[in-house]
Design a protein around this ligand. Structure first.
Ligand code: PGA
Length: 257
């Protein structure tokens, strides 16, 4: 039984979203460089959405101005809409190219993103292979996460349990509504997505959950101080030793510390 009053001490609050994002990028940079010094690859779990944009901007800056190389970096993205063409403007394939991959020296063969065109017949097997590939590479070193306003991590919507692996999932109403503006109407938003599971995510050796802005303050408060439950998948994270919550002061506004 997990004590619902357990509040992780691993919370860092920054005055500005740029400072919070830079702190996340710095941790990723240091981990990449440490692995390079050891002559090893690093496996990163990556997120999409508004939240990580400044993190990627900072990593691109480090690549261009400070010579940070991505040659030893292997990435696994959390999720992709389903069905979705990788070439679609709003695919997460396209998002990653725009915000990170096209600006740095990633090797294309080191990029892994769930494929929104897997057929229904092959989907279960492909998702299994996705998880197995992560394991074969030694697991994720650093997993970057945002948090949805309904408490989802990746697209693990409310109801997702700790033991879930990469799979097809129905998108929650809140998630589809939040995407409606980008898709120019709710009717254009996909109903499903492929997402890494909570087990996949929580197997990472380090997890950095970034939340920015006032619109995340209610769910941040709920995930950190409410019941630990599948109704709020992010609530599972706070008992993990490898979690670090990184907030700007608006996102952290309701946490009574
Ligand atoms: P956002 O989404 O970064 O666009 O707010 C976060 C999430 O849904 O995980």
């Amino acid at each position: 039984m997990i004590d619902k009053n357990t509040l992780t001490s691993n919370i860092i609050v920054f005055a500005k979203e740029l400072d919070a994002s830079r702190a996340v990028a710095k941790q990723i940079q240091q981990a990449i460089v440490a692995k390079q010094s050891a002559g090893q690859p690093i496996v990163l779990g990556l997120a999409t959405g508004n939240t990580p944009k400044l993190v990627y901007q900072e990593l691109v800056r480090m690549h261009k101005n400070e010579g940070l190389s991505f040659e030893n970096v292997i990435t696994f993205n959390l999720d992709e809409y389903y069905p979705m063409m990788p070439s679609h403007q709003l695919s997460y394939h396209n998002f990653m190219n725009i915000h990170l991959f096209s600006h740095v020296n990633m090797l294309p063969e080191n990029i892994n993103i769930p494929y929104g065109q897997w057929s229904k017949a092959e989907l279960i097997e492909k998702c299994k292979i996705y998880d197995e590939k992560i394991q074969q590479l030694g697991g994720i070193d650093i997993q970057l996460l945002g948090i949805g306003r309904n408490g989802h991590i990746g697209f693990n919507e409310p109801g997702s349990t700790m033991d879930t692996c990469t799979r097809l999932i129905d998108l929650h109403e809140t998630t589809r509504n939040d995407a409606a503006k980008d898709f120019e109407g709710l009717h254009n938003v996909p109903y499903q997505a492929i997402t890494m599971g909570i087990q996949t995510i929580t197997s990472a050796r380090k997890i950095l959950l970034l939340a920015l802005g006032e619109r995340k303050s209610v769910i941040v408060h709920k995930a950190l101080t409410g019941e630990i439950t599948s109704d709020v998948p992010a609530s599972y994270l706070r008992v993990l030793p490898q979690i670090e919550f990184i907030f700007d002061k608006e996102a952290a506004a309701l946490i009574n510390r």
